[in-house]
Design a protein around this ligand. Structure first.
Ligand code: AVJ
Length: 342
């Protein structure tokens, strides 16, 4: 890919790759600054934690794709099976041309299904993936080769900034896809705030398609996050390697282990890194020296599971109307189509 022109817009740099592909990337070293700022706060709390968005460097994104193929990790497979049903079920909700905006461009397999559905209904398709992972740059070329009438504008940033970006971008209707139960990472309060934020960035005719994982048997859930091949463990530990390479820290990944539990009261999977011994870790670029005790847990992720009444509650509290809901046979996962209440 050669860059034909580079142009700056506010804090983004716009890279025009060709007529059908451009992307916006935050200028300066916005990422490293954020990583330092956030870690110096969250690792200094009594319950140490690392935000799950930091999992997704190049290696982490690759490992996550491997997770999606694991026999125990039913989420991706199940969501794809529901998306496949939408060839028949989504078109009646799409009147007029829609642009596909995707929060966390994730697996291109899901994107392809949505693009194919839209492709049957309109001549040109615009696709705006919003993803903090730079992997976006690689996966985009293949999509363009496969779909002639596709135009892509990638936004390499976090969801909040990405939503800010698309808000009032133009008058075209947006179908915002937020798949994979990524929403499950948010706790209840922040989840509501985030939905309000999405709602606020939507026009009256825009739609939101969101994928949510449902409450189910505890052993099924725990196995999905503690697979027999240890890929999820690798994915979890990789966040420490990432911090090492970006902040010159000296986490020894052999001195930590993957720890998972399903918290039934909160209906969520909780993921931690458990320290195998008393240890001291230095993070020079954050000016930190951490004392970590044997068996101390560093929290890295929550993955919330929902019931149907809970789903109805969170959307009615945040200004949405449920237009439709789709499930797989086992009711493991669901896709919810929403519009603004107006
Ligand atoms: C990307 C947040 C949806 O919670 O299932 C998978 C991340 N972490 N295995 C999830 C994840 C460990 C995943 N989400």
């Amino acid at each position: 890919m050669s860059l034909k022109s580079i142009q700056r817009k506010r804090e983004y740099t716009k890279y025009v790759v060709d007529k059908r592909l451009c992307y916006y990337e935050p200028s300066k070293n916005k990422f490293q600054k954020k990583l330092v700022e956030e870690l110096s706060f969250t690792l200094n709390q009594k319950q140490k934690s690392i935000h799950p968005k930091f999992f997704y460097d190049k290696k982490g994104s690759k490992l996550f794709e491997e997770i999606c193929k694991l026999p125990e990790y039913y989420l991706t497979r199940t969501e794809i099976s529901i998306l496949t049903q939408l060839y028949d079920k989504l078109p009646s909700h799409l009147n007029g041309d829609f642009r596909l905006v995707e929060l966390g461009s994730g697996s291109s397999k899901k994107t392809r299904i949505l693009i194919s559905i839209i492709k049957r209904l309109q001549k040109h398709i615009e696709y705006f993936p919003i993803d903090i992972s730079k992997i976006l740059k690689d996966s985009s070329k293949i999509l363009l080769d496969d779909y002639e009438n596709l135009h892509m504008t990638g936004i390499i940033d976090n969801y909040e900034s990405g939503l800010e970006f698309i808000k009032n971008y133009d008058n075209k209707k947006n179908l915002i896809a937020f798949l994979g139960s990524s929403f499950g990472n948010f706790d209840y309060e922040y989840g509501l705030k985030f939905l309000q934020k999405i709602n606020y960035s939507m026009k009256n005719n825009d739609l939101l398609l969101i994928g949510l994982d449902l409450v189910k048997d505890k052993t099924v859930l725990e196995r999905a996050y503690n697979d027999s091949r240890g890929i999820t463990a690798k994915f979890n530990l990789n966040v420490l390697s990432r911090i090492n390479s970006e902040l010159n820290s000296n986490f020894n990944i052999n001195k930590f282990t993957h720890h998972v539990l399903y918290n039934e009261n909160q209906s969520r999977i909780e993921i931690y890194l458990r320290s195998l011994e008393n240890q001291i870790v230095k993070i020079p670029k954050a000016g930190m020296v951490l004392q970590i005790k044997q068996n101390e847990l560093i929290h890295t992720e929550n993955s919330h599971k929902y019931t149907i009444p809970k789903i109805k509650e969170i959307f009615s509290l945040t200004g949405f109307r449920i237009k439709d809901m789709w499930f797989d046979e086992k009711q493991y996962f669901c896709l919810v189509l929403l519009s603004k209440t107006h």
